[in-house]
Design a protein around this ligand. Structure first.
Ligand SMILES: Nc1ncnc2c1ncn2[C@@H]1O[C@H](COP(=O)(O)OP(=O)(O)O)[C@@H](O)[C@H]1O
Ligand SMILES: [Mg+2]
Length: 243
């Protein structure tokens, strides 16, 4: 009974959200609900507005919500800063993350109180050699992407946002990334709640690691379809719209 109720709780709600960047509306009237324990996948061609939407949810600039509301659990976060959103339990693995000269991986883990988890998480992501390096400074493309996933394994957000976590990752490590995401999503939060996720994928790789996922199709900033992620992706592939 309790499990059923937990599963039905809306965690993230977007209600008629427009996202603007550089004076242009790039997401138009997007509404969606992610409930506790659900994994959602965002599909769409390049330039359709997927990253803009994820950044608007996380609160990372220069993307702005010019209309509509975003709610997380019981809080309206439309105007919240990225720090406030992170504290509430949102975390994002970015598509093109920034370099952080002067901030080592070890320092960052310490800053978020995860010294004890650092070694094992780094091992999971095959990044043991990088823990004393400055974040993303001189990392290869694949290391940068794996570090983003590792950051979420450390942070353990309640809602995990992934922006193309497979892009630029070599074939051998794509499975490492897929298994790590699955492991994170299968682990309950410290207070025993099921974790939720919104994952952007261009190749659909993550679907091999998920039994069920809800898919959303974005076309020119419009959410045109919501349904079974595996089915939507298969159809996109048949129509030549996916990699
Ligand atoms: N920082 C930015 N400045 C201006 N335009 C941007 C910026 N970021 C994204 N855009 C534009 O927003 C649209 C959607 O881009 P994006 O969200 O990155 O798409 P996707 O992630 O689906 O490939 C594109 O037309 C892109 O050129
Ligand atoms: Mg993108």
């Amino acid at each position: 009974m309790t499990d059923q109720l937990i599963g039905q709780h809306p965690l993230l709600s977007l209600d008629g959200v427009d996202v603007e960047v550089a004076g242009k509306v790039v997401c138009d009237d997007v509404s969606l609900v992610i409930r506790e324990g659900e994994t959602h996948v965002l599909l769409g061609q390049n330039g359709s507005g997927k990253s803009s939407l994820l950044n608007a949810i996380m609160g990372t600039g220069p993307f702005e919500v010019s209309s509509g509301r975003i709610r997380f659990a019981d809080t309206d976060i439309t105007e919240a800063t990225v720090t406030e959103r992170a504290r509430l339990g949102l975390g994002m693995a970015a598509q093109r993350p920034p370099r952080l000269p002067g901030v080592t991986v070890t320092k960052l883990a310490h800053a978020i109180g995860r010294d004890e988890q650092l070694q094992s998480v780094a091992k999971t992501m095959r990044l043991d050699r990088l823990v004393h390096r400055d974040v993303n400074v001189g990392f290869s493309g694949g290391e940068t992407k794996r570090w983003e996933v590792m950051k979420l394994l450390l942070q353990q957000p309640r809602l995990c946002l992934f922006d193309e976590p497979e892009s630029g990752v070599d074939l051998e490590n794509v499975a490492v990334v897929g298994r790590a995401i699955r492991q994170l999503l299968d682990t309950p939060t410290a207070d025993g709640r099921a974790r939720s996720a919104l994952i952007i994928t261009h190749t659909g790789f993550i679907l091999d690691h998920l039994d069920t996922a809800i898919g959303h199709m974005l076309v020119d900033g419009h959410l045109v379809e919501t349904g079974d992620a595996h089915q939507i992706f298969e159809r996109m592939r048949r129509q030549g719209c996916a990699a």
